[in-house]
Structures are given as structure tokens and as C-alpha cells.
Write a protein that binds this ligand. Structure first.
Ligand code: AMP
Ligand code: ZN
Length: 462
């Protein structure tokens, strides 16, 4: 069954056709590791994971690369401002590499908690300086670059189709000459290599044919994706804000250097996580990290469930209330699955095939997890299917959802509730049924139910 996906490049939903049959190469813009990745960032990686899992579910061999930006990402998209890594290192009084290692480690732990499959490669910008210099040299040879007092720039006026991804009105943009853009020839030109202001001021700087300095942010993605996926590949993903600048510039420099058009066949862009209607961003404090949600007793996978309830292309307005409701549905789902798991019903192959086909149709329609989850709930309510069939289907769909639907829930019980459970046990031993009953009510009120089994008391979340 074909996979249909919305391609930003054409603004159309298209049928996916791989460059090499049965294979797909995916490059995803990764984290800038100068701080924790907040739940907004993490929504993007859940979306990446869904795209990848759908390809895997369809039997594709996937090669996935996520870069790690540990140098060159400036505070302003206009090639000015501070390097985010250098600024954090200064602030924390540490080496830039220590900062990068620490936040990358935490990020990877978060991905694991969210059941996000690791990419095949995690290339770091600082470890691919030669590749980036090589790419700039290529562009220089082909006449696309020029030098200013602060770096080597890409001359976007050399391209007829600059800005095609974002459908930029380049003429209008360039006509706005009143806006100052320093020594750049065109407003849309961008830095490929930036010179160090003074040797030794920065922690991260390298020698290059043009002088001591560091690479621009966009050049890392072109250099590293081509190294690992080839000079033309299938899918490139990232957050929506990358369309007008970062991805536009990646395309300009890659198509000019590699001579392949289009450089990437399909561009997928993920919508943001919002809070009170605004994009959650690091510069505004990032709202929550995953660990902060866990401290509030929300399971990491309930955040994943929440992400899956909204199509990746639509904004998701976050609130604690909406997360609580996602957590309730998620735990209910797991409870149902742990109950139907024991079923010894005889399965009807045809019922299973039909439902799987329907699911594939839903999920292959632009990775629609929101409809996919609704379909799972429909299946669980369907009287025409028996429990064994429902169980098999749930586990099959979970290859895409990645919600650990089959795993017994390890629930974190707060200390207060643990105390109430112990007191109730004591009352029961003393045959003080009235107190035991009162304590049970208190436990229920705190959001838990208790089950007195032969093996002892079991505590579950409501
Ligand atoms: P950064 O570490 O800032 O470079 O961002 C890493 C990834 O997170 C990028 O692909 C961004 O597009 C994405 N991102 C940043 N903020 C949000 C948000 N509020 N919602 C979804 N994705 C985001
Ligand atoms: Zn990128």
C-alpha cells in the first residue's frame, strides 16, 4: 500500500517513491545542545519517530540521521549575535564540549523514555569541520561565495529559484533595501564560514583556507546529510520554523554544490507545541522538560500519547489538564489490553487482516496517528471482534504508536498513598473494617484503586 505524505516543497500530498527500492534515507534537524530539550522540542522528535516507524511498518529499510548542533548556531537567524554554545559555556563556566555532552546525554535519556528509536547516526557538527570546509570550497570554486570582513557568504542572487521551499517573494525581500544588512550583498545571503573576532576569544574555532573561525549553522546539515545519506536523498524533516531560513539555505547550498535537483525529494515539517497559543521556546524558558512532567507523576509515555492524538501538521496546545486527560486515556488503554491479553479465544485470520489493512490505510495517509488511535479505540469497542483478535491488533498497531501497550505499568505511588495502603492493611488485619473502608475511599480520592487479590493488595491508577 502506498505511503502518502504532505511535501512542503510542492505543497501537495504525494505518493512516496523511494530513490532506491525498499530503502528510505531520512535526515532530521537535531538539537542545539546548549540547554535541556523542552517538551516542544520533544514533540518534534516524537513526530520524527512516527514518520520513521510508518516506513518501518511498511517494510522499508530506514537509514535515519539526526545531527547534533554543538557549534555555529547563532542567536539571530541574520548571522549575527552570539554562538548559543559559546554563550552557555561562558554562563555555566564550563567547556563547550562539556555542555554539549551533558545536554546531549539528557536528551538521549528523554528519547529512550519516549520510546523514540535511536537514529543510525548522530553526527556532531564539531566533528565534521573538514566536510563543511570541503563543501564551502566547492561552492567557492563554482562561484557562489564572497568574502566580507566577518566571513564567507553565499550569494543567493546567483540562483533563480532561491526560496522555492518557502515560496519566498525574493524580489520583494530584496527591494526592501532600507533594512540594513551590513556588508552582505543581498538580504537573503547567509554565512558559510564566520571569522573569529580575535584568536582565542572563542573556545571552538578552526583553521580554514579563509582564516580562523567556525562554520555557519546551515552548512553542517548539508555536509553531514550528504556524507551519510548521499548527495540526493528521500526525506528531510524539521520544525516548521526552519522553512524560510535554515532549510531554504540548506537547499541553496546543496543544490549548488552537488548539482542535483531536487536535492531532497520530500520535505516534512512538524507543527509546534504551543502553550496559551504561543510556541514553546527555550528563549522563553521552555515551559517543561520531560523530567519535570515525571516529577509531577505523569508517565513519559502519556506525553507521547498526547502527541499522537494530534496530527503532526497541526499545532498542539499544551496544558496540564490536557496531559492529565491523555494520561487517563493511556492508562485505560493499557488496562484494557492487560485484561484482553489473557483471552484464549480462537482468532479469525480474516478479521485480523481486514482491520490491519484499514489501519495501514489510515496511517499511510500522511502519518495520521490521531485517526490511528481513534481506530484502535473503535477496534477495542467492536463487538464483532473477540479479545484475542483485539489483543493481536493492538500489539500490531503499537509498532507504529510505540506506546508499550503490552508492558505492565510500573506505577509510581506517592508516599502519602503508600502510607494509606499500609494503614488500611493494618486495619484489615485487626478486622477494623470501618477504618479499612474509610482508608479505601481516601485512596480512591487520591486517584488510585486497590484490588485485594490472593497474592496481596494491588494498587492501580484510576
Ligand atoms: P533546537 O534545539 O532549538 O535547535 O530545536 C530542536 C528541534 O525542536 C527543531 O527541529 C525545532 O524545530 C523543534 N522545536 C523547537 N520548538 C518547538 C516547539 N515549540 N514545538 C515543536 N518543535 C519545536
Ligand atoms: Zn538542519
Amino acid at each position: 500500500m502506498p505511503i502518502k505524505l504532505y511535501n512542503t516543497l510542492t505543497r501537495k500530498k504525494e505518493v512516496f517513491k523511494p530513490i532506491k527500492k525498499g530503502h528510505v534515507g531520512i535526515y532530521s534537524c537535531g538539537p542545539t545542545v546548549y540547554w535541556y530539550q523542552h517538551i516542544g522540542n520533544l514533540r518534534t522528535y516524537v513526530s520524527n519517530d512516527i514518520v520513521k516507524r510508518v516506513f518501518l511498518y511498511n517494510g522499508y529499510k530506514v537509514k535515519h540521521v539526526i545531527n547534533v548542533t554543538d557549534v555555529g548556531h547563532l542567536t539571530s537567524d541574520a548571522d549575527t549575535g552570539e554562538d548559543k554554545m559559546e554563550r552557555a559555556a561562558k554562563k555555566e563556566g564550563k567547556k563547550a564540549s562539556e555542555i554539549a555532552d551533558y545536554y546531549f546525554k539528557v536528551f538521549k535519556e528523554d528519547l529512550e523514555k519516549l520510546n523514540i528509536i535511536e537514529p543510525d547516526k548522530w553526527p556532531k557538527a564539531s566533528e565534521h569541520i573538514n566536510e563543511q570546509i570541503g563543501l564551502i570550497k566547492d561552492l567557492e570554486k563554482k562561484g557562489y561565495t564572497y568574502k566580507t570582513s566577518d566571513g564567507i557568504y553565499f550569494d543567493t542572487s546567483k540562483l533563480d529559484d532561491y526560496g522555492k521551499l518557502a515560496k519566498l517573494n525574493v524580489k520583494e525581500l530584496r527591494a526592501g533595501k532600507r533594512v540594513k544588512f551590513g556588508e552582505k550583498k543581498n538580504k537573503t545571503d547567509f554565512a558559510l564560514w564566520k571569522f573569529s573576532d580575535e584568536p582565542g576569544l572563542r573556545q571552538q574555532e578552526w583553521k580554514s583556507p579563509w582564516g580562523l573561525g567556525f562554520p555557519g549553522w546551515h552548512v553542517e546539515c548539508s555536509a553531514m546529510s550528504s556524507k551519510y545519506l548521499g548527495k540526493q536523498f528521500d526525506v528531510h524533516t524539521g520544525g516548521q520554523e526552519h522553512i524560510p531560513v535554515h532549510h531554504t539555505n540548506e537547499i541553496a547550498q546543496s543544490e549548488s554544490a552537488f548539482g542535483k535537483k531536487p536535492w531532497v525529494n520530500y520535505w516534512i515539517h512538524f507543527a509546534w507545541l504551543l502553550f496559551k497559543g504561543e510556541k514553546v521556546s527555550k528563549s522563553k524558558g521552555g515551559l517543561y522538560t520531560l523530567s519535570q512532567l515525571e516529577e509531577k507523576n505523569y508517565a513519559a509515555l502519556s506525553f507521547r500519547y498526547l502527541c499522537l492524538t494530534t496530527h503532526y501538521g497541526k499545532p498542539l496546545n499544551f496544558s496540564i489538564e490536557i496531559l492529565s486527560s491523555a494520561m487517563k486515556s493511556y492508562l485505560r488503554l493499557k488496562n484494557i489490553i492487560s485484561e484482553i491479553k489473557k483471552s484464549k479465544d480462537k482468532k479469525n485470520k480474516k478479521n485480523i487482516e481486514t482491520a490491519k489493512k484499514q489501519f495501514l490505510d489510515i496511517i499511510n495517509n500522511d502519518f495520521n496517528t490521531s485517526n490511528g488511535l481513534s481506530f484502535l479505540w473503535e477496534i477495542l469497542r467492536d463487538n464483532k471482534l473477540n479479545d484475542a483478535e483485539k489483543y493481536e491488533l493492538s500489539l500490531d498497531f503499537d509498532k507504529v504508536f510505540g506506546l508499550d501497550l503490552d508492558k505492565e505499568e510500573k506505577i509510581e505511588i506517592s508516599r502519602d498513598v503508600k502510607k494509606l495502603v499500609a494503614e488500611r492493611e493494618k486495619a484489615r488485619k485487626q478486622k477494623d473494617w470501618k477504618t479499612a473502608d474509610e482508608l479505601r475511599k481516601k485512596i480512591n480520592k487520591a486517584g488510585y484503586i486497590i484490588d485485594d487479590t490472593e497474592k496481596g493488595v494491588k494498587v492501580k491508577k484510576k
